[in-house]
Design a protein around this ligand. Structure first.
Ligand SMILES: [Fe+2]
Ligand SMILES: [Fe+2]
Length: 303
């Protein structure tokens, strides 16, 4: 499977796709706050039976805003990582250089796209919603790990965007059309990124010993822990935002239920969706059956 993609074919596919931020948001293209932004399988507001339908929709939208922020900050460390990978072999395969630079350019566009949506959200939503960050600090912590661990995280998260769209978003007719359009356009370009991530991982693992590959997986787990801490914090922010937006104070039992259900929902969205993606697991299994097994054992805790 690692041999299936080439830089030339990925570049050709990426050159066929053309969309601009202005085509998706701005002008009369506004968010509709009467509609949910996230599919229920990611938002998991349904099980919070102490919330009425309006409160569930508001929480769903808060989760949508956090999705913008969390993907935005992930892309802020993907961008320098991909540029570093491109820079290390500028005088070699021309298709490789061009494909990776196009990848970086698309991520820069996505960062701006997510920011634009977050601004639009802020303008239309009833209260301020805090999100984890700052992105530079989280990015610095992630990038302090060795390249294989970081590349595995990136491969996983980009496969997660594919799973989110195809399994949960594409056929959901309830979602706000603008938010759905954001997720669709992101999915289209991320499809090429998963292939480039696979090629980057192939290059990174080519000359590594089994012991070095094992270190890559411990780096992956360490970055996963870092994220998990961030998600735990995000759940608190989301609960505070919900209470501010609805003017409601959750009692202790409701807060405990909120934390348990929402933390697991965030874990599934950002970590479990990646760890369970069959192509992600297949790619990993090709260079490390033990690494694949480790991921499969970790996944239920994030599902
Ligand atoms: Fe992206
Ligand atoms: Fe991407």
């Amino acid at each position: 499977m690692l041999d299936r993609y080439t830089y030339q074919s990925v570049l050709a596919a990426s050159e066929m796709i053309h969309w601009r931020i202005e085509d998706i948001i701005g002008g009369d293209k506004r968010l509709d706050f009467h509609k949910p932004f996230m599919p229920e399988s990611l938002a998991r507001v349904g099980p919070l039976t102490f919330l009425n339908p309006d409160e569930k929709r508001i929480l769903n939208q808060i989760r949508g805003n956090a999705y913008l922020c969390i993907f935005g900050l992930v892309e802020e460390f993907i961008l320098p990582f991909v540029l570093d990978q491109a820079r290390s072999h500028l005088a070699g395969d021309d298709y490789r250089v061009r494909a990776l630079l196009s990848f970086a350019g698309e991520e820069a566009k996505h960062i701006q796209l997510f920011k634009k949506f977050a601004e639009e959200f802020q303008e239309g939503f009833v209260t301020n919603c805090e999100t984890i960050g700052p992105p530079e600090e989280i990015g610095k912590a992630v990038l302090s790990h060795r390249p294989l661990g970081v590349a595995l995280v990136i491969l996983g998260i980009e496969w997660a965007t594919q799973k989110h769209y195809l399994e949960s978003i594409r056929d959901d007719s309830e979602l706000d059309p603008q938010f759905k359009s954001l997720l669709r356009h992101h999915w289209i370009e991320e499809a090429q990124h998963t292939k480039l991530d696979t090629l980057m991982i192939q290059a990174l693992t080519d000359n590594l010993t089994d012991a070095e590959i094992e270190i890559g997986f411990s780096d992956y787990a360490s970055i996963g822990n870092l994220f998990d801490g961030g998600l735990t914090q995000q759940v608190e922010f989301d609960m505070q935002a919900l209470q501010r937006a609805t003017g409601r104070t959750l009692n202790e039992a409701e807060q405990a239920e909120f934390r348990a259900i929402q933390l697991q929902a965030l874990r599934w969205t950002y970590l479990g969706s990646a760890m369970t993606h069959p192509t992600f697991l297949a790619t990993v299994g090709e260079f490390s059956p033990a690494g694949r097994k480790q991921l499969e054992e970790m996944a239920p805790a994030f599902s």
